[in-house]
Design a binder for this molecule. Sequence first.
Ligand code: FES
Length: 372
Amino acid sequence: MRQPSPPSPGSAPSIWSRLSTLTDYFAWPLRTSHYLELVNPLWTTHKLQARVVKVWDETRDARTLTLRPGLNWRGHRAGQHVRIGIPANGKHYTRTYTISSPPERDDDCFTITVKAIDKGTISHHIVRNIKVGDYLPIGLPQGDFYLPDAQPVQPLFITAGSGITPAFSMLNSLIAQGRLPDTCHLHYAPHEFDVVLGKELKALAQKHDRYHLHLLYTRDGEDKRHARFSTAQLDALCPDWKERDVYACGPPALLEAVEHCFEQAGRSRHLHIERFRAPFTEIPADAVGGRVRFAQSNVDTEGDSETPLLKVAEAAGMNPPHGCRMGICHTCNTTLKSGCVRDLRTGEILNEAGSIVQTCICAAAGDCELDL
Ligand code: FES
């Protein structure tokens, strides 16, 4: 049942927020929104939150959360991601997850599907501990990995693991709009029981003959190598792949192989890729780290040449601002006071005091001091 809410999300600027601006005069030094938060955290306008309304275990280590966003939410495009704040172990963390539901849902909710990854403390926390009724801070939908408004040229999805989520949202969006074209989908998972959203994918394939699903298990069967992505495999499963627009999402090894295949075929322009993390360049063998000083926090520690400074700060007990952790959102920006750091994506060295440093994709390249 829908809970009572003053305006519907995305109606901007709503009568509600105008009224709230007016009543702010009487709420000073706080804002009306702060008092509304006590009644219903989804009514706030000074920050955006979502209530967990359902949790659903997809596999033994993947969980779907259904979230009802607050007033300032605006609809997403299928394939976009959202930042979610996660309180865990007395700290506040931020992670970015692709929205797995289509924008056409009619209950004003959206879903994220999270797979617990190795050493991923926060993903494990979400899969094990988040429960119905929790409120989580969220950002607005972001990202340019989405289908064009015009009818997409016969899509080919190549996904693995939790890289299924944007493709799942896009597929369901096309179906909801009644414009699903002939679509081929190669999805990789270690085992059959590991396929995130597997049941739903199979149900879609059964229901829609234009949707051709190939589930490939990389650790099941006799010769596992044959299950891995290759041009020969693509030729066999999707012979007309050179005539399709391709959307790929998954771990770095898969995306590298896909990129190589499309480069060789001169089809890079038709390949759209969504990554879980920034692609880092190879660091010179003789690269060194150094002493890292976080000036505002008065923290001194060591950083090697490969570990992003964000992780160095967290390992030193700090909780610096961050969002995507992959160089997109710039929430982690800080200023270099002295010394030098390396951009791990390009290998470029920054050594001018006053340079902006993205701590999630920069590592120490000698001693350095940051305004953090
Ligand atoms: S956390 Fe998003 S750019 Fe660094």
